[in-house]
Design a protein around this ligand. Structure first.
Ligand code: C2E
Ligand code: CA
Ligand code: CA
Length: 410
């Protein structure tokens, strides 16, 4: 699918500069409008033509903030980049307007904008809307059935740590399928949708959780995992089935697992508005399971409606964490999440931390939990145990070095 961009900015030379950058980034079509009124008219006439809008804030006739509010009412489904020369507090305020409306935010950039920033915004759109990314290939239904029948569903684990102290707070269980004789490892983007469409996702989850909860005993009893939790993923459709809260209770009883140490993650990319989904969330919380809203920032649910759900955790999506050290919009969203988290007793996790500069920025955020390749890639059980042991040893050795240094006369 093609990516078309509409730039709304009263400066012609700036429109031309951005159009040149976008052309270098292989965008298919770039158009511009010099005020919001024109742009809204164009968007009404050609509803689905544009996947990205770049919006200036200071414009004649209608300012950017009013434009964004109207855009949300018009039901625009693409991504929005704010690019403005105004001071950062005004960009922050505009970002808040967008956060509270149902719009997909790709970035809030201070002029002059550079090409790399636009590239990151395009990458965010592709992560948020995988249907635009034509290169994805999927498993065949036959191969999927074969892997399930031969019990080839394997849990991988990715640690989550408290950013300030390095304490292990938990592990997310990520599903992998082994395919064919070579046991080729398949990631969820190649089979989750297919499994869901063919009513096979529950069979995948059953196998995955059966193994993960059995292995959990060993992981949880590692000395560095005191109080750590395990997070599992359910699709919004699975959440709507009354089967799952009951099944998870059975699993916990069978395997003697404290419900408080298990969190269910639900993606936010489809609005959680069905009564059955709300009732599952309430039932899970009633039984003291944790409930996390996953991929926050990619969907259409606003913060106010999320806060009405009795959730215990919010996960900021990878697309907003990448490049957070130079992105005021992502920083504003994270700070709002942490504020809300503090008020409601909800923990906040930043996903997809890969870049040391992003990690350094996040290190200043109190009470934040991080997860990402920089800390540890998802690993199968055996490798995870080796990682935990190696990490303990490094920490112990560091402590000995520190104690020795402290004991030495100055
Ligand atoms: P998710 O729940 O948002 O999981 C995080 C994804 O980000 C994982 O991809 C993980 O491997 C990847 N990741 C972690 N750190 C980094 C990083 O620093 N950089 C980058 N680029 N990626 C990172 P994975 O394992 O491919 O899973 C993709 C999605 O599939 C998951 O996204 C989740 O929505 C879904 N999924 C995974 N397991 C299950 C499952 O058992 N059931 C259901 N319903 N969905 C699942
Ligand atoms: Ca997840
Ligand atoms: Ca996620």
């Amino acid at each position: 699918m093609s990516i078309n961009v509409l730039i709304i900015d009263d400066s012609l030379s700036y429109c031309q500069l951005l159009a040149r950058y976008f052309a270098e980034l292989d965008v298919d079509q770039v158009d511009y409008c010099h005020n919001g009124v024109q742009a809204l008219k164009k968007l009404q006439e050609q509803r689905d033509l544009y996947q990205i809008l770049v919006v200036d804030l200071h414009m004649p006739e209608m300012d950017g903030i009013e434009f964004l509010a109207r855009l949300a009412r018009q039901g625009f489904r693409g991504g929005v980049i704010i690019a403005s020369g105004m001071e950062s507090r005004i960009i922050d305020a505009a970002s808040q307007v967008v956060i509270n409306a149902r719009l997909r935010l790709l970035g809030a950039l201070m002029k002059p904008v550079c090409r790399t920033q636009l590239q990151i915004c395009i990458e965010r759109l592709l992560m948020m809307a995988p249907e635009l990314n034509a290169s994805r290939s999927s498993m065949s239904l036959q191969a999927l059935r074969h892997s399930i029948m031969h019990r080839k569903v394997v849990p991988y684990y990715q640690p989550q740590i408290e950013v300030k102290t390095g304490k292990i707070e938990g592990f997310e269980v990520l599903c992998r399928l082994q395919q064919g004789e070579q046991l080729q490892l398949m990631t969820p983007d190649t089979f989750i949708e297919l499994a869901e469409k063919n009513n096979l996702l529950n069979a995948v989850s059953e196998q995955l959780l059966g193994t993960a909860l059995r292995e959990w005993g060993n992981i949880a009893s590692h000395p560095d995992c005191d109080g750590a939790r395990m997070s599992i993923n359910l699709s919004p459709r699975q959440l709507g089935q009354s089967y799952w809260p009951t099944r998870l209770l059975d699993f916990c009883q069978e395997m003697d697992i404290d419900m408080q140490r298990l969190t269910v993650e639900i993606t936010e990319n489809q609005a959680l508005d069905k009564q059955s989904q709300h009732s599952s969330i309430s039932r899970l919380r009633l039984h003291r399971f944790g409930v996390a809203i996953d991929d926050f920032g990619t969907g259409y649910t606003n913060l106010a409606s999320l806060c009405r759900l009795p959730i215990s955790e919010l996960k900021l999506d990878i697309s907003l964490v990448r490049g957070i050290h130079f992105d005021p919009l992502a920083q504003t969203i994270l700070k709002s999440l942490l504020d809300i988290g503090r008020h409601l007793g909800v923990s906040v996790v930043a996903e997809g931390v890969e870049d040391p500069k992003d990690f350094t920025f996040l290190e200043n955020m109190p009470d934040l939990i991080v997860q990402g390749y920089l800390v540890c890639r998802p690993k199968p059980f055996g490798e995870l145990m080796r990682w935990l042991n190696a990490r303990s040893k490094v920490c112990r050795d560091n402590r000995v070095v520190q104690l020795n240094a402290a004991g030495k006369p100055q």
